[in-house]
Design a protein around this ligand. Structure first.
Ligand code: GDD
Length: 395
């Protein structure tokens, strides 16, 4: 079955919570566990048999960093990858509707849509199999996971039939508890989704026609998949939730990027052992899953350490020394640094802000990063705390 994938990368005015890190590189290209954030998505899509093309969709102006990344990712994963630029922020549903001909070109019978700012095991093959067993040929699948009652309020919340997994009720970021099953921002659609998005577009057009506005047509194209489409589809036998036990987390802030790096690093021991640093005679001591950027130079006296439950992360782009991010790691119950930089300046340790990590590993409480620490350079620390609201809170 010909398949495609769309990765929603948003644009420059989004991602303010990601400052100051997004000043250096667009958020979708920010390195997580050593590779650009969206490379994890691309790699997962490229593994799906029959997946013909990956479309990055957003409202960034095309830029050199993005172009270079696309060229190298196409070569590495041997799959066509294109960037489609929205003329304005069209929302999570407006862009895919606007570019529906491009998505369906080549006879795609189904396509994935993935939010760029999530880290996940991306159980795409499992979603395909799940779809074959649930609903009819036109049904759609949302990837779901479980959150606690408080955290769930920050996400799309799904009430599903326990036997059929059909979505009966969908509420985006509810103000009171609705369900502990949350939307992971990863979907499997068939072309039939465009009929439903088209209905929203037409309704928007009619409403806007009543208003005197020169850009009514453009505004009608701004469509949110979650509030405008899923809410209406719930309870109509068309929308299903595939619940994953695999790891999943949002990447909305600097702190949550560190947490996401750790989840991917844990996965590397199976998927990419070659990316993990090895102990070598006379070299730095490596304990646990550690990534070292090829341009980093690590002093032989450095130590990366961790408790058995918390694998460390030694993610470094330390040329020049002030670049970010530098190092992140874990320590047991705050018992001093788990790793050490080779520079003379002592590395401050800051607790990872819980409010921004938003972890759901499906693996139990031991994976919550409450005991995690991030060791960062003094320059990063200054930057982080110069914008405390964007770093510590979520609007
Ligand atoms: N192309 C494009 N155009 N992408 C967009 C646009 C747009 O106008 N607006 C947002 N995005 C991208 C963002 O870059 C991000 O990857 C994704 O769409 C979702 O962004 P938000 O609109 O900020 O939603 P959210 O992250 O708060 O919530 C969404 O994701 C959660 C899971 O992480 C919702 O889908 C929630 O229901 C879900 O739980």
């Amino acid at each position: 079955m010909p398949l495609k994938a769309v990765i929603l990368i948003g644009g420059p005015q989004k991602g303010t919570r990601f400052r100051p890190l997004s000043f250096e590189v667009p958020k979708p290209l920010f390195p997580v566990a050593g590779v650009p954030m969206v490379q994890h998505h691309i790699e997962a899509c490229a593994k799906v048999p029959g997946l013909k093309e990956i479309l990055l969709m957003g409202f960034y102006q095309p830029n050199e960093a993005l172009s270079r990344f696309l060229v190298s990712a196409q070569q590495e994963f041997k799959i066509p990858i294109r960037y489609l630029q929205e003329y304005a922020a069209l929302g999570t549903g407006g862009g895919i509707y606007h570019f529906r001909d491009q998505i369906l070109a080549g006879g795609a019978e189904a396509f994935f849509v993935l939010n760029a700012d999530v880290c996940s095991e991306f159980p795409l093959q499992e979603m395909l199999e799940f779809r074959q067993q649930h609903g009819d040929v036109h049904s759609f699948v949302i990837l779901g996971t479980t959150a606690n009652r408080t955290q769930a309020l920050n996400y799309g919340c799904i009430v599903a039939n326990a036997d059929t997994q059909e979505v009966q009720h969908y509420v985006e970021k509810p103000s009171t508890f609705v369900s502990e099953i949350i939307n992971c921002g990863i979907y499997l659609f068939t072309p039939a989704i465009f009929q439903h998005i088209g209905e929203v577009f037409q309704r928007n057009q009619q409403e806007l026609a009543l208003e005197e506005s020169s850009n009514g047509w453009q505004r009608a194209e701004v469509i949110r998949l979650e509030q405008d489409v899923f809410t209406a589809l719930a309870g109509r036998g068309k929308l299903y939730v595939y619940k994953t036990d695999g790891f999943w987390s949002q990447i909305k802030s600097a702190g949550s990027a560190i947490y996401a790096s750790r989840l991917y690093l844990n996965q590397y021991s199976k998927s990419h052992p070659e990316r993990l640093a090895q102990n070598k005679p006379g070299g730095p001591v490596i304990r646990g899953n550690v990534y070292i950027h090829p341009t980093a130079s690590i002093d032989s006296t450095a130590v990366g350490g961790s408790s058995p439950l918390h694998s460390p992360l030694l993610h470094s782009r330390i040329t020049p020394v002030s670049s970010i991010p530098l190092w992140a790691g874990t320590a047991q119950s705050g018992a001093g640094p788990g790793l050490k930089e080779h520079r003379a300046t002592p590395t401050p340790m800051i607790p990872m802000p819980r409010s921004t990590a938003r972890p759901f590993s499906g693996m139990g409480a031991s994976h919550h990063p409450s005991q995690s620490w991030a060791a960062v350079s003094p320059s990063l620390l200054r930057l982080l705390f110069s914008t405390p609201s964007s770093f510590l809170t979520r609007s």
